[in-house]
Design a protein around this ligand. Structure first.
Ligand code: ATP
Length: 236
């Protein structure tokens, strides 16, 4: 079943930070289920856009609707994984039980399965903050998936992971998407984008400058900034 939070509609989104327009009139409609990968150079505004989508930042101008509803009405159906996860000063398992008290009460075994899925079951009783960066990201994803979100936002969520962990997380994300979760993922990893993306949204200088099916983006992008980015050229 397609995500209840589609279509995602962003209209004329402006965000000022440090006296500068860091998002300068973003317009974007995401209608298709599956995985959308947001790409673009450093400082383009990808993370800020994702944070706006998750309702963590209030834009200075413009509107976002998810499934024709305001973000404030959808928060429980969304989850986000950050590049630097925010974990509680508790054990690995307690980070899950705190996030999902109902599951912890009625089906605690499910929490252990969630840890097994990200290869952290043997770390269940260790302090979460003692995990390595990549392990923390894996825990953060396990926590995000517990709520079976209709929209999953991932901000460079595999950036600190070793290759095997990256593939593990990609398979979990793919499986979650196949269950109907809309996934929007920020990544600089072209290999990852090619493996996962149904569509690419390319952001440059605080604006969406291209939105294309993934195949088309990688083989026939006509956007000069996107072509330069893919070729590894520095964009100013
Ligand atoms: N709180 C802030 N105050 C001032 N400027 C900010 C603030 N937060 C972000 N910015 C600026 O906004 C711009 C976009 O930031 P953002 O983190 O969205 O970039 P990004 O596309 O995710 O980059 P990267 O690929 O490096 O992660 C950057 O130039 C950044 O310096």
């Amino acid at each position: 079943m397609p995500s209840a939070l589609l279509p995602i509609r962003i209209s004329d989104l402006h965000l000022i930070k440090g006296g500068r327009a860091v998002l300068g009139g973003v317009n974007l409609v995401i209608e298709e289920p599956g995985i959308t990968v947001i790409m673009g150079p450093n400082g383009a505004g990808k993370s800020l856009l994702l944070r706006c989508l998750h309702g963590l930042i209030e834009p200075d101008q413009g509107q976002i609707t998810l499934g024709h509803r305001r973000i404030a009405d959808c928060r429980k159906q969304q989850a986000m994984v950050f590049q630097q996860p925010v974990l509680l000063r508790r054990t690995v398992l307690q980070n899950l039980s705190f996030a999902a008290p109902e599951i912890a009460k009625t089906n605690p075994q499910h929490l252990m399965h969630a840890l097994e899925a990200v290869n952290l079951a043997d770390r269940a009783d260790q302090p979460a903050r003692m995990l390595s960066g990549g392990e923390q990201q894996r825990l953060s994803l396990a926590r995000a998936l517990l709520s079976q979100p209709a929209l999953l936002l991932l901000d460079e969520a595999t950036a600190s992971m070793d290759p095997a962990s990256v593939l593990l997380i990609e398979s979990l994300v793919r499986a979650q998407s196949a269950q109907g979760t809309k996934v929007i993922l920020v990544s600089h990893d072209q290999g990852q984008a090619r493996r996962l993306a149904n569509e690419i949204v390319f952001v440059c200088n605080g604006q969406v400058v291209e939105q294309s099916p993934a195949n088309q983006f990688f083989t026939a992008s006509q956007n000069p900034a996107a072509k330069a980015y893919l070729a590894g050229e520095i964009l100013i």
